[in-house]
Design a protein around this ligand. Structure first.
Ligand SMILES: Nc1nc2c(ncn2[C@@H]2O[C@H](COP(=O)(O)OP(=O)(O)OP(=O)(O)O)[C@@H](O)[C@H]2O)c(=O)[nH]1
Ligand SMILES: [Mg+2]
Length: 464
């Protein structure tokens, strides 16, 4: 059995669930799920884990929560676990989803308590399932596979060490122990990393080419379901297909955004409707709190378009309670903090859902984390022009330049390059040279200067 057979089977089952069929009785039962969550103190909020389960195609039929310290064997207390087992039997559940992270022993012990055939998964496995269902490009698939292997590795190690000590014979019933499995996983991880690196290099080159040809790069970032994809459609003029040779749902201009977590997994880039300059806007995977570092690590390159942007638009759903917005902003800033160098503009989205007073209050309450935000409704198209203006203002300023180009065979191609990449104010043709006045980004100006000097060198050579 190869190292990722288990995860492949899980993905196949997850894909099966994601299929848009009209569920018959049998299917409906097959997807029944109970949510379980333990918190150290206070009451457990299960809204996000429910949304995640729904996004993965499960039907939530019950929930069990508890406030206490973690139980090493079962995560929740024994009495609670028995209650969970009874509820599972009663509701014909086939899956229990824990919002807490489960260790391999906890997973095993819970499985023993629950009715036969009930599968126990945790928040991270669930997120991986969703990612697996949504992954449509080679890159996204590799990233999911990498994340799965990283999840599996410590578990394989735990199994091996258990087997060596022969302390938990029962645990071995889970599957055959094989030390080569660990090595296998490690080899696969390194193979996938190599392939991802090659893909990333190509993408990096593409970004550089775009930057060189005068594009400003703007990235949409933010918590999942904030409205990034909806906003992209409002900001975009035409479709940029080059990056999406492999099918991506967001490529279809009529594709609806969904009120589901992680609708977007890859990146989609489109050209923004700003007259004065060429701006590309990239939509990407949403953030979520409490992700283990191996998962963030696996999807990091997807966020490269954010980290390497000239400007980041941090999209926030302003219709949510202010505490929740605050928490999500902190998560987003934490995710961005490490590597982002671009200025960040906070976009408070979904203003159609809140009254003017509520919006003022929330702006005030969030002012330390989100100073001077832009408020929009991506869905209703409210203040999209205001946002476009703000993008124009925040991006590096254009400068004026006047270049004298000697007349050579290549001069006209430089002039037409300037027409493509700058805003040309005037072109004056003399007998031996052309004078071009234009405005452009600093990067374009320095490139134009070096092209001019190449022309001068060529002209001098042909004259001598
Ligand atoms: N009322 C209202 N709903 C909005 C607005 N913008 C987006 N939505 C809805 O919010 C939900 C999520 O929108 P998406 O654009 O898919 O959000 P996203 O940030 O791309 O989400 P992921 O790709 O899942 O991370 C959809 O149901 C949208 O219709 C808005 O301005 N007002
Ligand atoms: Mg999206």
């Amino acid at each position: 059995m190869s190292a990722s057979d288990g995860s492949r089977k899980r993905r196949a089952a997850a894909l099966e669930r994601a299929r848009p069929t009209t569920p018959g009785r049998h299917e409906a039962t097959r997807m029944n799920t109970i949510i379980a969550k333990r918190v150290d103190s206070g009451t457990a909020d299960t809204s996000e884990i429910r949304d995640l389960a729904r996004a993965a195609g499960y039907t939530v039929v019950g929930e069990v929560t508890q406030s206490r310290r973690a139980d090493p064997a079962l995560q929740i207390g024994e009495g609670k676990a028995e209650e969970l087992a009874a509820l599972a039997a009663e509701t014909d559940a086939t899956t229990v989803v824990f919002d807490n992270r489960l260790g391999p022993y906890q997973t095993y012990n819970l499985g023993q308590l629950l009715p036969d055939g009930v599968e126990v998964i945790d928040r991270f496995t669930l997120i991986l399932e969703i990612f697996g269902q949504r992954a449509q490009t080679r890159k996204a698939q590799l990233q999911v596979e990498l994340a799965e292997l990283r999840y599996e590795l410590p578990r394989a190690e735990a199994k091996t060490s258990l087997a060596k000590r022969e302390e938990h014979p029962g645990f071995m019933g889970l599957g055959e122990y094989d030390e080569s499995r660990e090595r296998d996983i490690k080899a696969q991880i390194s193979r996938i990393k190599d392939e991802l690196e090659r893909i990333e290099q190509t993408e990096q080159q593409r970004r550089e080419r775009r930057r060189d040809s005068g594009f400003d790069l703007v990235a949409l970032a933010g918590y999942t379901n904030a409205g990034k994809s909806t906003l992209l459609r409002q900001l975009a003029t035409d479709l940029e297909v080059e990056e999406n040779e492999e099918l991506h749902p967001d490529l279809d201009p009529t594709a609806e955004s969904q009120d589901k977590l992680f609708t977007t997994l890859g990146t989609t880039t489109r050209r923004a409707a700003i007259d004065r300059r060429d701006v590309l806007v990239t939509d990407t995977v949403g953030f979520i709190s409490d992700l283990p570092h191996w998962l963030v690590e696996s999807f990091k390159s997807t966020l490269d378009s954010v980290y390497r942007a000239d400007l980041v638009l941090l999209v926030v759903d302003v219709s949510e309670p202010v505490d929740e917005i605050h928490e999500k902003l902190v998560t987003s800033h934490d995710t961005l903090y490490e590597r982002n160098e671009a200025p960040i503009v906070t976009v408070l989205n979904k203003i159609d859902q809140v009254s003017d007073e509520e919006l003022t209050d929330k702006r005030e309450a969030l002012s330390s984390l989100a100073p001077n935000p832009v408020t929009v409704s991506a869905k209703e198209g409210l203040n999209v022009d205001g946002l476009l203006e703000r993008i124009d203002r925040e991006l590096p300023d254009w400068e004026e330049e006047r270049l004298m180009l000697p007349m050579t065979d290549d001069t006209m191609s430089v002039v037409s390059w300037l027409h493509d990449n700058a805003s040309v104010d005037d072109v004056t043709y003399g007998d031996e040279d052309v004078i071009v006045s234009f405005e452009a980004r600093p990067a374009v100006i320095s490139q134009a200067r070096s092209r001019a000097s190449e022309l001068r060198t060529a002209a001098a050579e042909s004259a001598s």
